[in-house]
Write a protein that binds this ligand. Structure first.
Ligand SMILES: NC(=O)C1=CN([C@@H]2O[C@H](COP(=O)(O)OP(=O)(O)OC[C@H]3O[C@@H](n4cnc5c(N)ncnc54)[C@H](OP(=O)(O)O)[C@@H]3O)[C@@H](O)[C@H]2O)[C@H](O)CC1
Ligand SMILES: [K+]
Length: 505
């Protein structure tokens, strides 16, 4: 699904109005009805509901919503924030219609006009929408503050008042902090950015049948992966396939005290459909890995505690294949940053040409030895969490700057970068960013990144295109997290649960 800019959404509105054709006021009615249907599914018709409206089309939506809720016999109060002398045409139209069916409308011009808001009420925020051009101030700011302080449940119409849809807010901006945002048709870029979490809440989309051809043709670099889109990426399995069909992956992982990371990545790799898996591990991890993951083969390193790339003589005498001979190499989980491990990485990278997966300490070694970045095989997948990404690039002051750094990095080094977090972002060498729909705070626990490395390594081994592997892998990993969270709650989730919850169908 595409994410469009505010200007594009405005043009999309106009294009819908022209092409159907539909009068603007009827498009507003359609939006209000879609909102009300969503609302009625969640809140019973006995819910005391206070609707705060601005003077533009977001406020117009609010007035239409009020009328439609009154028709369904919700106890509704309407409060119009009078911050300017002029209203939009569609606001005026809905104002006239509402006045025919409501006893009173309260106008808020100063603090004394603010109503008390109680905890059993729902507040609908229709003060400002995508037309925001400046920070909230004066009576708008005072009203937003009062709503944020109130104990009620808050639902924002389209976008929280005061939040820019596609550009940064200042940290001092006063913005509605909703429990829910119900947005029209397409998500806004602002919803994808972690620091906006308090200003978005649990966000939902309602379909208002905006012009499909316009959306199909609109250029954008930002996408939101919906479940059905992710599932379409899944390769069907040939019934005559054998284990050779699904590739032979090599995982380079583990150091003394961190063999668990290698175990988790290996198990996830096997649970994600790889044909064969070999794990290169320090000798101290040999018995652990062979016991914990009997399905994997093991290449013990010559070093007891770290990876050096040199194989234990017993293995090398049998003539082990070179890393480049495997379908894919995944490196990083539990690796450590020993000088010998750096040497291994330095020698390994120039020998590889197929896309690889790079995580954890392998990323930190790249960050500390930036000359290695240019040796990465094109289309490799890097999976930093925000701290690791900061080490690879630089500090950022807001999420939009982080997004720019992310896109620039992926384009400069021609790699796929999975920036982990809420709505994990997959940046492509072409400059696109795909935001993920699945996942929850339970994933913020040790080992979940190792699981992702295993998943992605398995998908590349099976011949998935690297961007599709990243989008699908991140989706499946987050979905496993959601499955576990549903069963036991996010707090008790551990990375091993994720491996068991991975589903490919
Ligand atoms: N396609 C759709 O998604 C549809 C969306 N609809 C709804 O329309 C709004 C957008 O409506 P719009 O009238 O463009 O904008 P707003 O209602 O958000 O704002 C109105 C005007 O307020 C002024 N403004 C901007 N920032 C502030 C501020 N901080 N304080 C006070 N006033 C502010 C600005 O006018 P200026 O001339 O003063 O700059 C805005 O124009 C969208 O969010 C949906 O809710 C349609 O109903 C259906 C289709
Ligand atoms: K709003």
């Amino acid at each position: 699904m595409k994410i469009l800019s505010v200007d594009q959404i405005h043009d999309l509105d106009q294009s819908t109005i022209k092409s159907e054709p539909i009068a603007p006021i009827n498009l507003m009615e359609r939006a209000a009805l879609a909102f009300v249907n969503w609302f009625a599914d969640r809140f019973p018709d006995t819910t005391p509901t206070k609707i705060f409206c601005g003077l533009g089309n977001n406020g117009g939506d609010g007035l239409a919503i009020a009328r439609l809720l009154l028709e369904r016999e919700y106890p509704v109060e309407v409060h119009v924030v009078r911050y300017a002398p002029r209203e939009s045409d569609d606001f005026m139209h809905n104002h006239r219609r509402l006045k025919l069916v409501i006893e009173t409308i309260n106008y808020i011009e100063s603090e004394k006009d603010l109503p008390a808001i109680r905890h059993n009420e729902v507040v609908i925020d229709a003060i400002l929408g995508s037309g925001l051009t400046r920070p909230t101030e004066g009576i708008v700011k005072t009203t937003v503050d009062a709503i944020n302080r109130a104990p009620a449940t808050v639902v924002a119409v389209d976008i929280a008042s005061g939040l820019y849809a596609d550009q940064p807010n200042a940290t001092t901006d006063v913005i509605i902090e909703p429990d829910y945002t119900v947005s029209f048709q397409l998500p806004k870029l602002a919803f994808m950015l972690p620091r906006n979490g308090p200003y978005v809440g649990d966000w939902h989309l309602v379909d208002i049948r905006l012009h499909k051809r316009f959306i199909d043709q609109a250029p954008t670099n930002f996408f939101f992966t919906q479940p059905h889109e992710a599932r379409l990426l899944l390769h069907k399995r040939d019934r005559y396939a054998n284990k050779g069909t699904f590739g032979h992956a090599l995982l380079l992982a583990g150091s003394y005290g961190k063999i668990g990371a290698a175990v988790l990545a290996s198990r996830a790799c096997l649970r994600s459909g790889v044909g064969l898996l070999t794990v290169q591990i320090p000798r101290c991890g040999y018995a652990i890995l062979q016991t914990a993951v009997p399905e994997a083969m093991c290449r013990p390193d010559s070093h007891q505690n770290i990876l050096t790339g040199l194989l234990d003589h017993e293995v090398s005498e049998q003539g082990s294949p070179a890393p480049a001979d495997y379908s894919v190499v995944g490196i990083g989980p539990g690796l450590g940053k020993a000088p010998e491990t750096l040497t291994m990485l330095r020698q390994l990278l120039p020998t590889l040409s197929k896309p690889m997966v790079i995580d954890a300490d392998a990323l930190n070694l790249l960050a500390e030895n930036r000359d290695l970045l240019s040796l990465l095989p094109p289309n490799s997948i890097l999976t930093p969490h925000p701290k690791e990404f900061e080490r690879l690039t630089s500090q950022w002051t807001h999420d939009y700057q982080k997004l720019t750094l992310l896109r620039d990095f992926a384009q400069q080094y021609q790699v796929v970068v999975v920036l982990k977090g809420a709505h994990s972002a997959v940046a492509t060498p072409q400059g696109d960013v795909h935001f993920n729909a699945t996942g929850n705070p339970g994933l913020s626990t040790g080992g979940t990144g190792d699981v992702l490395t295993g998943v992605l390594t398995a998908l590349l081994a099976q011949g998935y295109d690297p961007v599709e592997a990243a989008v699908l892998g991140v989706y499946a990993h987050g979905l496993a997290g959601d499955t576990v969270a549903e069963e036991r709650g996010p707090i008790g989730m551990i990375a091993s649960d994720l491996v068991d919850a991975l589903r490919w169908r």
